[in-house]
Every structure is written in structure tokens, then in C-alpha cells.
Design a binder for this molecule. Sequence first.
Ligand code: AMP
Length: 208
Amino acid sequence: MNLIFLGAPGAGKGTLATLLSREYGIPQISTGDLFRAAVKEGSELGNKVKGIMEKGELVPDSLTVELVRQRLAKADAGGGYILDGFPRTIVQADALAGFEQIDHVINFEIDDQLVIRRLSGRRVCRSCGAIYHVDNMPPKVEGKCDRCGGELYIRDDDKIDSIKNRLRVYKEQTEPLIAYYRDKGLLREIDSSRSPQHSLEQIKGILE
Ligand code: AMP
């Protein structure tokens, strides 16, 4: 099953992609995570995208599409995948349609105020990438990952100015994809303003 998770930053795509990936045994492919890994490695790609990401702007389409094309060519994506955070522009969606067949596009619906609350409370493990939230999903020990004991931190792009910019970029460049996929008959909508469990049940209802 080839899935796209679409929605504003902070809508819960990453959390749900992790849950669903475990349950269905298909990989979660997050372009944000791939870019963050490149930045951490200090690779050529990482150096190109670091400043763009800190400001909450989008990485150029050509770089992003190439990254996804290479990732989808790996064996583990052969039995299906969840694209989390890609595509984010019409150009990316058109490019993807040229080399992949998508089964469902799940649109995570949520309002801006809730996005701001969620993102500003988000904490991420520096070692394994697990996601927590100070209110909704706190770690057992403050500042420490339950899974691996790694240090939890606030992403640079989860700081308030960057959050506002990411929302603006989302509305200008990514929101048009809702109509794009609706026209193709692929769009499925969920209310992602409640718990991850509630979102998971809605998605399973769509897929099963
Ligand atoms: P995310 O973790 O999905 O919020 O992504 C973090 C950042 O990575 C974004 O703010 C962008 O700078 C970059 N990024 C992730 N996915 C894409 C994409 N599909 N197109 C362009 N930039 C992206």
C-alpha cells in the first residue's frame, strides 16, 4: 500500500506514520527526517539544506524529488510505504506521479492555533528521532527518551517564528495539494485534532 500523509506541520503525520508503519510493516519515509540526517552527517546535501530548514522554508523541488526517488528505489519500499511530508508542492506531486502509483492520500485536518500549541510543545530524541509532547505524550523522565535514553531537544524549526513561517509556507505551497488529490479521487480526510489513537482508528477505517 502506497500512502501519502498530507497536512500542516504539527498535524500529527510523523506520529501516525510511526504507529502505522509498525502495524503494517511498511517503512515511514519522512523527507524532513532524511534532510535532518543529512544535516547531522554534515554531508554536501546537509550543508545545502541546513539554513533553509532552520528558517522553515522549503528545500528546492529538484533536490527533494531526487532524494525521494532514491529512497523509494530501496528494497524495503517495494511492499508499500508511507510518505510523510512529501510531496509539499504541485511540482513534487507531478514528479512523483511520473514514477509511483499512490493508493491513498490521507489529509490530516487541524486548525492553526492547535498546530502552534502542538509544535511549540514538541520534543524530539537526538539519538533515535522518537517524538514526544510536553502535554500529550510526555516522556517518563523529563528530557530523556523512553526508548533509548537519548536527550530530548526542541527542533530549531519548532521555535515560534519558524512555526509561523512554516504555516505560511504550508498554506501557499502545500495546501493546493488537497484539491489536486481530490481531483484525482485519492483524497481521504481525517480529523487530527484529537489523540493519536483517534487518528489511528480513522486511518485504519479508511484502509481496511
Ligand atoms: P518536516 O519534518 O516534515 O516538518 O520537515 C522539516 C523541513 O524539511 C521543512 O520545513 C523543509 O525545510 C524540509 N522539507 C521536508 N520535506 C520537504 C519537502 N517535501 N519539500 C521541501 N522541503 C522539505
